[in-house]
Ligand binder design. Structure first.
Ligand code: AMP
Length: 413
């Protein structure tokens, strides 16, 4: 199938060609016709699948066609709500790129920076507004954002939005838009609370599911290293020195962990920057820019800060800490191998994280190949202890761990 088959108009086909896209991705093939039919849709797809274009292209097409009718040019007609600033910026950039042969105006608003320039742009008038919930509500209350004429509302990364506690804000935003709007809900996963939200605000939605396993894992070569926790930094340095080349995104679970690893890598001569929740918006954007421009080779990030960021030509992802949620593993490795490019994901797993591997492998329906040839193998005793402790747990099904197993647990560290 080609983009032409999707009945897209010439100004969009032209910019798609300039982007170098030769054919629509799966989510685009399925979602674009439904959005053009003005249906509400629920799409289960993660970043990396081309989901932004799946809603941006039909929205641009709809608004471009409507422009022929004489009307006031200052009203917001499409609103995209995004949980994070990075994702909002990226969505805004996509709208600008895809819409460059239309005269539709897109702007992005988010918190953490002065609202003055955002207010100036809003006052001049925009067609498409991309926003994070807090700043949107703030500027709406101050009278700078009028959602009365919104025709299409997109809730992107709905699961993350709810995880981050934005449920009330999302509901408020939805009620600020007209009743008869079209709603497009995109979510990487579909937990109960997202279903609940969807059921309460969407009208007879069409459902589209793009399975995360087939879209990301297949293009990513994955390697699993079992390693004692205390040796993770040495193994990471060993891999950086001997195995890995290219630009690298390293995931850690905590901000503290990110900063600690940054210090070690800098001491070892690597050019590194970081993204996490304690950093100002300007610092985060600066870090991303430096990484994209090749000023630094390594970016270390926490999950929330990194979700949704689009770094093209990303070579390597390292899971320095294993995620305890299987979907997070897929999101992380989805940073590489994007849109058909090949990427590599290295996972460093200590004894206490072994159970996470089991659930991840069940979720992705494949075994991650184990790389045993490295200088810091996990003590075979540690494996035995894991095994024993599991046994002792199952003997104490009512929940209390035996003293013996607690003691053994401590010995892993
Ligand atoms: P997204 O899932 O929207 O974050 O998109 C992931 C990446 O895929 C972005 O870098 C897009 O520019 C790229 N992309 C989107 N659609 C296509 C396509 N049809 N062909 C090739 N790359 C695409």
């Amino acid at each position: 199938m080609s983009f032409k088959d999707l009945q897209l108009i010439n100004p969009l086909l032209k910019s798609i060609e300039e982007q170098g896209y030769s054919q629509p991705t799966k989510v685009q093939q399925k979602a674009i016709p439904k959005v053009l039919e003005k249906k509400d849709v629920i799409v289960t797809a993660q970043t990396g699948t081309g989901k932004t274009a799946a809603y941006a292209l039909p929205i641009l097409q709809h608004l471009f066609k409507k422009q022929d009718a004489p009307k006031g040019g200052k009203v917001i007609k499409a609103l995209i709500v995004s949980p994070t600033r990075e994702l909002a910026l990226q969505i805004g950039n996509n709208f600008k790129a895809y819409g460059r042969h239309t005269n539709l105006r897109t702007t992005v608003i988010f918190g953490g920076i002065s609202d003055k320039p955002q207010i100036d742009v809003l006052t001049k008038g925009v067609d498409i507004l991309v926003a994070t919930p807090g700043r949107l509500i703030d500027l709406q209350k101050q009278g700078f954002v009028d959602l009365d004429q919104v025709e299409i509302l997109v809730l992107d990364e709905a699961d993350l939005m709810l995880d981050m506690g934005f449920i009330d804000d999302v509901r408020t935003i939805e009620t600020l838009c007209p009743k008869n709007k079209q709603i497009l809900l995109f979510s990487a996963t579909m937990p109960f609370k997202v279903e609940q939200l969807a059921n309460s605000i969407l009208k007879s939605p069409k459902r589209i599911e793009i399975s995360s396993t087939s879209t990301t894992a297949i293009t990513v070569d994955q390697y699993l290293y079992y390693v004692p926790k205390r040796n993770k930094i040495e193994l990471c340095l060993h891999l950086l020195r001997n195995t890995i080349t290219g630009n690298i995104l390293i995931f850690r679970r905590t901000k503290f962990g990110v900063n600690k690893l940054e210090t070690t890598l800098v001491k070892n001569g690597y050019k590194v920057d970081t993204i996490h929740g304690d950093k100002s918006q300007t610092d985060r954007q600066e870090a991303l820019k430096k990484f994209k421009n090749g000023v630094v080779d390594i970016l270390i990030a926490t999950d929330v800060a990194a979700r949704g960021i689009d770094i093209s030509e990303l070579d390597i992802v390292i899971n320095f800490d294993m995620p305890n949620i299987p979907e997070t593993y897929v999101h992380r490795i989805g940073r590489t191998g994007r849109a058909g490019q090949n990427g590599i994901a290295y996972s460093l797993c200590s004894a206490d994280e072994k159970n996470y591997i089991k659930t991840i492998q069940q979720f992705i329906q494949q075994e991650i190949p184990i790389e045993e040839n490295h200088p810091y193998p996990l003590d075979p005793k540690a494996k035995a202890i894991v095994h024993k402790s599991k046994e002792s747990k199952s003997k104490h099904k009512k929940g209390r761990k035996s003293k013996a197993s607690k003691k053994k647990k401590r010995r892993w560290y």
